[in-house]
Design a protein around this ligand. Structure first.
Ligand code: AMP
Ligand code: FE
Ligand code: FE
Ligand code: ZN
Length: 283
């Protein structure tokens, strides 16, 4: 059984519509995926309907934009009930922060000699309720300022970059609490990926496990080298955290994150599902 628990659709910053993503996952030989769009559940109904139709198990997921010590941390929530008002309110606040920072980012780009108008941006946002820097990057590609998303991030949009504008994020401890209150299981995404390694130290991760009941960490992720994986796996063992593995697929938007390039052990998925059932979540 091949399981990929971290994928994105065009409902956030992936490039495949939810149903197309599910068909691509089947072609990639996967049996189970979780759709983890940024700060929205809006793609799940379409993805799960397509999963039922073609026989692929699509799990409920979300990737919440959280923060720790003033820096960004991504929290995956699995099995959260859709009817949790507290979680829905927080996600709406995060999405409002996403939309609210866009004019300032476009102003920065204009000042840098790379004007992007709201109508340049609109086709890339599409009907996503969760606008992000990758959509801005896509518009910059279309306007010929950069060749791909990576170049847009590396030169302009990355945290602290010349066109970067910060936005509201929920504290990671509060985000874990909200996931649990919605019946879900909380897993830190790519803890030692871009930039977060200095904040998500082994001590901090162990504290999130002991203090907030963090359920797991994403160990096998394209951003982690073999030594990071070995250290994170040892940490997961010692802190009683589940260790997941996933692609973080964004369609054409991210190179090196092909569906199923990293996978989660069936026993880990079973443990995750058991915890969700125990908390009254939705598998
Ligand atoms: P935002 O959601 O606006 O904070 O933008 C962050 C998103 O940008 C993340 O979800 C990543 O998927 C994406 N991202 C970050 N760095 C890169 C990169 N170098 N190339 C492509 N996508 C990136
Ligand atoms: Fe993303
Ligand atoms: Fe992420
Ligand atoms: Zn992701």
């Amino acid at each position: 059984m091949r399981i990929d628990l971290h994928t994105h659709s065009s409902v956030s910053d992936g490039t495949d519509a939810p149903a197309a993503l599910v068909r691509a996952a089947a072609r990639a030989g996967l049996d189970v995926i979780a759709l983890c769009d940024h700060d929205t559940f809006d793609g799940l109904d379409e993805a799960r309907a397509e999963g039922l139709r073609i026989g692929l198990d699509v799990r409920r997921g979300i990737e919440i934009s959280a923060e720790l010590g003033g820096g960004s941390v991504h929290l995956l929530g699995y099995g959260c009930r859709a009817d949790s008002a507290a979680l829905a309110e927080e996600l709406a606040r995060i999405r409002a922060g996403r939309a609210g920072r866009i004019p300032a980012m476009l102003a920065r780009l204009a000042a840098l000699g790379m004007p992007v108008t709201p109508s340049d941006l609109a086709p890339f946002v599409g009907d996503s309720p969760s606008v992000g820097r990758p959509h801005v990057a896509d518009a910059m590609v279309a306007l010929g300022y950069v060749t791909d998303r990576r170049e847009a991030f590396d030169h302009w949009l990355a945290d602290g970059g010349p066109a970067f504008v910060d936005r509201y994020n929920v504290g990671v401890g509060q985000a874990i609490n909200l996931v649990h209150a919605a019946g879900g299981a909380a897993v830190i995404a790519h803890p030692w990926g871009r930039g977060s390694r200095n904040r998500l130290t082994p001590v901090v991760l162990a504290d999130l496990a002991a203090g907030y009941g963090l359920d797991g960490i994403e160990v096998d992720h394209p951003d982690h080298d073999p030594s990071a994986r070995a250290q994170l796996r040892a940490l997961a063992d010692s802190a009683g955290l589940m260790a997941t593995g996933s692609s973080d697929h964004h369609g054409l938007g991210k190179v090196g994150n092909d569906l199923g390039c990293e996978t989660t052990e069936p026993a880990v998925l079973a443990a995750l599902s058991a915890r969700i059932l125990q908390r009254g979540g939705q598998t």
